[in-house]
Design a protein around this ligand. Structure first.
Ligand code: ADP
Length: 268
């Protein structure tokens, strides 16, 4: 049971009459604490790259640097500003997901196209962060269409795929598949042979800014908002997000879409 906090007000009305009003303010206080936490997190995430940037600007202004050094500094500054852009873009995505109603009419898009887009992104990312690459396997499965908002679905799937690539060390495998379950639901699954996740972290993974390894997340361009975005998109599409993982055994993230959102395409 959760602790309950009550606000109590005594109103006087009439002669010697008192009315006692009590209200449960636990939820209100909790929401306020979460909002404060969120603002503190965002400020911290923005302040860090800003501090680095202003440090570099000062160095460039005050020190006579060789051309090669200047170029290196400018590249580092570029990385920091890219980091802030990604953060702001993830924050906007989250606030749109939380604040906008789900459209009445959905678009139908092919699972093949969604997977192909994810594959392109995963290969490009792997080439950048792991020079020896990752064996990436994409299994598009039965040709289907999903009903939903394309930008949202792509963002959720791509977050899962890029996480698998980012957290799996060089040479580790990532396998992405689309399958139809016996009951007609559709499953988008991303399996990796990375470090895996200890059970105590699992329930908190989709919280904004929750990270197990802060430095690995940052190094590979993470904002700590990816899985929060995935959770919202899943909820809006009536899909279920499943996470199975064991330390040392890799991780498996699945999005399971309801029958009503899946349409099987007949082979031509
Ligand atoms: P981030 O931008 O930090 O990756 P996410 O919300 O996408 O933020 O993920 C939250 C945390 O979950 C990550 O920081 C990481 O610790 C953990 N995580 C996510 N995906 C994986 C994975 N495939 N393998 C191991 N850990 C993961």
């Amino acid at each position: 049971t959760r602790p309950v906090k009550l606000s109590v007000h005594v109103h006087s009305y009439g002669k010697g009459r008192k009315l006692l009003l009590s209200r449960d303010i636990t939820a209100v206080e909790l929401a306020e604490a979460m909002r404060r936490d969120f603002v503190a997190n965002v400020s911290h995430e923005i302040r860090t790259p800003l501090t680095v940037l202003s440090g570099f600007i000062e160095t460039l202004q005050t020190l006579p640097l060789k051309e090669a050094e200047r170029t290196r500094y400018l590249a580092l500054m570029g990385r920091q500003s890219q980091r802030m852009q990604t953060l702001v873009s993830d924050l906007l995505t989250l606030s749109r997901l939380e604040g906008s109603p789900f459209p009445d009419a959905s678009d139908w898009m092919t699972t093949n196209a969604l997977l192909a887009q994810c594959e392109q992104e995963a290969r490009a990312l792997s080439a950048v962060i792991a020079p020896k690459g990752h064996p990436l396997v994409f299994e598009p499965g039965p040709a289907c269409e999903i009903a939903g908002v394309q930008t949202e679905l792509y963002s959720a799937m791509s977050n899962l795929v890029t996480n698998a690539v980012r957290y799996t060390p060089e040479g580790g495998a990532v396998r992405v598949s689309w399958t139809l379950l016996e009951d007609g639901r559709g499953k988008f699954q991303v399996r990796d042979s990375g470090p895996g996740i200890a059970p105590e972290h699992l329930p908190r993974l989709t919280e904004r800014f929750y990270r197990i390894d802060r430095s690995r997340s940052r190094e590979t361009g993470g904002t700590g908002l990816g899985l929060a975005i995935v959770k919202h998109v899943a909820q809006r599409h009536g899909a279920e997000l499943q996470i199975e993982s064991q330390p040392g055994q890799g991780s498996c993230f699945s999005l399971i879409f309801p029958v009503a959102r899946i349409r099987r395409l007949q082979a031509a």
